[in-house]
Design a binder for this molecule. Structure first.
Ligand SMILES: NC(=O)c1ccc[n+]([C@@H]2O[C@H](COP(=O)([O-])OP(=O)(O)OC[C@H]3O[C@@H](n4cnc5c(N)ncnc54)[C@H](O)[C@@H]3O)[C@@H](O)[C@H]2O)c1
Length: 451
């Protein structure tokens, strides 16, 4: 850990005092799934907030009180704007107005499945162009240990200002779980790491106004915490998917097994199988560590094995579907009509990034099926990088006639807003990858195949 100089102590003390009085402007860079609720939390805590995004459509929407994220309704945006303390902009010359700059920008993988930190670099370069003394810069994006030091600090210090002396840096991973109604920004503790006491105190003072803070010794530890959390999920999801396949061969229902196992009050945590990995985190973040480990001459065999297991899941589901169609309907996938229920990568959100449903549709079409989808949260498919050929597809309404017109419905996402009894009642065959149809009447169960 670096030592804290007297002037840094003074900077930190003054900053902490202002945080206690809510006399700071909190800049949020990147107003997406993570940045928008974070802005809302700081407004609720009484701060002025400068919301910054390079996507002008988001800025325009917010300015007129409109949302672009399904689970954050217009009314919440209107409440944020009505505080009179939120400025939203795409104008980078406004950045000096912020006392803290929290970066919530994407950290995807590139086509070689290596970390793409170009968004972090570009955002930091933008901050560097306007950096002023006593600003606190915090990366929240998920990334490999070392990014805040090697990338963020290096870029910001090209200004001639010194981190930990003239300005401050910290890292605090985002743990937002979109669509989860049990937890929100204010009820999820925030891990905060910084390389000096002065910088850590500043970051803690900011975050403890919105939630409980868990300080750690330095930025790379905080970066490692986030990856550990997501790797834990990946490994357990892979395990439970493997168990599903094994138990299926023994005619054992894995969901029943999990529901009974989770009654053990210690030593077990429930994870559920599905049609494959999805979203912006679990399929991506663990491979940030794999990449960084390689640079340290280490391998991450466990992570790669888990990745292999879950990557096979969509294929296993399609094989189960083909078998069920041939067994129940004496039909092949080629030439059949299939409805995929749920396009989002998880329940009750409108986010289809890396969604397994997209792979499933692609694979079914490759086998010659006509495929439509239903998703109450995604009325039509927007242009997307992975499957531009699906852009413009429209969600099919689940009417009796529509359901009867398909050979099979494949439940890929278990949105609460979908009536699964209705689906099973009218569709000839249902392949259920989420145990979504668990509560349907007994007389309909013969139409459901779990996969
Ligand atoms: N979505 C989640 O559930 C979740 C959960 C935890 C952590 N994270 C992590 O948080 C980070 C952000 O994810 P997200 O889901 O909010 O992404 P997102 O795509 O919803 O939002 C990112 C926003 O950043 C904006 N942006 C890009 N470059 C910018 C720049 N230079 N300046 C300002 N804005 C810029 C984009 O226009 C976009 O609005 C990622 O690292 C992700 O891994 C996401």
């Amino acid at each position: 850990m670096l030592t804290t100089t007297k002037s840094a102590k003074a900077m930190s003390r003054a900053y902490v005092e202002r945080a206690h009085k809510r006399d700071l402007t909190i800049g949020i860079m990147g107003l997406g799934y993570v940045g928008l609720p974070l802005a809302e939390a700081f407004l609720s805590a009484g701060f002025r907030v400068l919301g910054f995004d390079i996507d002008e459509t988001k800025v325009s929407a917010l300015t007129v009180g409109k949302t672009y994220i399904a689970h954050i309704p217009d009314a919440r945006i209107a409440t944020m704007m009505a505080t009179g303390r939120l400025e939203v902009t795409s104008d980078e010359t406004r950045l000096p107005a912020a006392d803290a700059l929290l970066m919530c920008v994407p950290t995807p993988l590139n086509i070689h499945r290596e970390p793409d930190i170009s968004y972090v670099e570009k955002t930091t370069q933008m901050i560097a162009r306007h950096l002023r003394p006593a600003q606190l810069v915090i990366l929240e994006s998920t990334t490999y240990p070392g990014t805040s030091d090697e990338v963020v600090r290096t870029i910001l210090e090209t200004t001639g200002l010194k981190a930990g002396a003239d300005f401050a840096i910290a890292y605090s991973p985002e743990r937002e779980d979109p669509g989860n109604i049990d937890f929100s920004t204010s009820s999820i503790p925030k891990v905060v790491g910084a390389d000096t006491d002065a910088e850590r105190d500043m970051a803690i003072a900011v975050y403890e106004t919105i939630t409980k803070v868990v300080p750690v010794s330095d930025m790379k530890t905080a970066e490692a915490v986030k990856l550990t959390e997501n790797i834990f999920r990946l490994i357990n999801i892979a395990l439970v998917n493997e168990l599903k396949t094994v138990f299926q061969g023994m005619d054992i229902d894995v969901w029943e097994v999990i529901d009974a196992a989770k009654t053990k009050p210690f030593g077990f945590m429930a994870f559920y199988p599905g049609p494959g990995l999805g979203g912006h985190c679990i399929p991506i973040d663990p491979f940030y560590l794999t990449w960084k480990a390689r640079a340290h001459g280490e391998t991450t065999r466990f992570i790669e094995l888990a990745g292999d297991v879950v990557t096979r899941m969509p294929r296993i589901v399609i094989e189960a579907l083909a078998e069920a169609m041939s067994g129940h309907l004496k039909k092949s996938v080629a030439g059949s009509r299939i409805l995929v229920s749920g396009l989002a990568y998880k329940k009750n959100v409108d986010d289809m990034r890396e969604s397994p449903s997209l792979h499933l549709i692609h694979m079914l079409r490759e086998r010659g099926a006509h495929v439509d989808y239903h998703d109450p949260h995604i009325p039509s498919v927007p242009m997307n990088r992975d499957h531009p050929e699906f852009a413009g597809m429209k969600s099919v309404d689940l009417t009796e006639a529509a359901l009867q017109s398909y050979d099979c419905v494949l439940i890929s996402t278990d949105h609460d807003a979908v009536d699964y009894t209705n689906i099973v009642r009218h569709a000839p065959l249902v392949i259920d990858t989420r145990n979504a149809a668990k509560d349907i009447p007994a007389e309909l169960r013969h139409k459901v195949v779990k996969a």
